[in-house]
Design a protein around this ligand. Structure first.
Ligand SMILES: Nc1ncnc2c1ncn2[C@@H]1O[C@H](COP(=O)(O)OP(=O)(O)OP(=O)(O)O)[C@@H](O)[C@H]1O
Ligand SMILES: [Mg+2]
Length: 349
């Protein structure tokens, strides 16, 4: 088994590379990595907590990859994505005829994860009636398939994650306290990105490198103001949001410069805006940037619509909705929403 330090030294092994992709410059995230380095070699259950997009799944895979079980299965179950009545058979399996529609036997995820690791994602969404059965498998490592009396014994390491406040759910009677204590043996809390801003420049560099390589583009200049804006932004969607924004910025970059994906004049407002409003602002900034880069030409192979991968009419519609119109010659400000027809005639010169 490769230990944590060895795995960060650039060994080309696949599971090692997985661990290398965790960018951690902040003391807060460094502390998390030290914690998981300590718990990974044990068989302990780990509960990973954090807002959406903070890297919970990445951490779960890393724990498995540096554990002695690294060459055994890593089986993920998203407890929130599977309909309530199917989750039990998904986790534990069923025999043929166990219920209407059970036309064949099904092997459950706990069986599939035998000798390996099971990752119970969104564990806070496990319905109450199913919680005793999960508690039993955590305590005894045994369960029965639906429609069968035979007890299955498995050797499974359990990792779980949630963005919910389980303690509060216990207080409200929405989550069993005994299951909570069983899961909470070794909690690992991933701080939101806004609480570890030191990680932002490193993440930006990492994703710019990743996407420019993928797209065969050279992007070798990130203006200081752009980096400062990215560092100051609130990142409600955490690392996933940053990753998506950088991907779009790399797509739109020309002449080796990364465009600012955040509208700087709206920065202060963006930090307090709702997520959907913030995303709309980002769309607006990208469309504006592309229009400017295309000299406000909308249609045609060199036009903004083609560059954005949109139909000309779709782009016109979006511009109208977002209040984008061509600025007066020689000035950098946009006029208020123009009627669709006049936008089109002035923009498709
Ligand atoms: N420290 C990091 N270094 C590099 N990439 C990261 C880091 N943290 C997160 N990512 C990337 O961000 C994206 C989101 O991470 P992940 O899916 O693990 O988040 P999550 O907490 O499970 O989110 P959700 O609650 O929405 O499921 C992934 O593409 C992941 O690889
Ligand atoms: Mg996740």
């Amino acid at each position: 088994m490769a230990d944590f330090h060895k795995s960060r030294s650039g060994d080309q092994d696949d599971r090692v590379r997985q661990f290398d992709q965790i960018i951690a410059k902040s003391p807060a995230l460094e502390a998390v990595l030290e914690k998981i380095e300590r718990v990974a070699p044990t068989a302990s259950t780990v509960l990973i907590l954090g807002e959406t997009g903070t890297g919970k799944e990445l951490i779960a895979k890393a724990i498995h990859n540096i554990s002695p079980r690294y060459d055994r299965p890593f089986v993920k179950v998203n407890c929130a994505a599977i309909p309530l009545d199917l989750l039990e058979s998904e986790l534990f399996g069923h025999e043929r005829g166990a219920f209407t529609g059970a036309i064949a036997q099904k092997v459950g995820r706990f069986d599939l994860a035998d000798k390996g690791t099971i990752f119970l994602d969104e564990v806070g969404d496990i319905p109450l009636p199913l919680q005793p059965k999960l508690l039993r498998v955590l305590q005894e490592r045994e369960f029965e398939r639906l429609g069968s009396a035979r007890t299955h014994h498995v050797d499974v390491r359990v990792l779980a994650a949630t963005h919910r406040d389980l303690e509060q759910m216990v207080d409200r009677g929405e989550f069993r306290s005994d299951l909570y204590y069983r899961l909470n043996v070794f909690p690992v809390a991933l701080p939101p990105l806004r609480a570890r801003r030191e990680d932002i420049p490193a993440l930006v560099d990492y994703f710019v490198g990743l996407y420019s390589r993928q797209m065969g583009k050279v992007v070798d200049r990130i203006p200081e103001e752009t980096m400062a804006a990215l560092r100051a932004y609130a990142w409600p969607g955490n690392v996933r949001e940053l990753q998506n924004l950088i991907q779009r910025a790399v797509i739109l970059s020309g002449d080796g410069v990364l465009p600012n994906p955040l509208p700087s004049s709206h920065l202060e407002t963006v930090t307090v805006m709702s997520r959907s409003t913030a995303l709309k602002e980002v769309d607006r900034a990208f469309i504006l940037h592309t229009l400017e880069a295309s000299g406000w030409m909308i249609g045609g192979p060199e036009g903004a619509a083609a560059k954005l991968g949109l139909k000309r009419t779709t782009l016109l519609y979006k511009m109208k909705k977002l209040g984008i119109s061509r600025p007066a010659q020689g000035r950098g400000i946009a006029f208020p929403v123009a009627p669709l027809d006049s936008t089109e005639s002035s923009a498709s010169l």
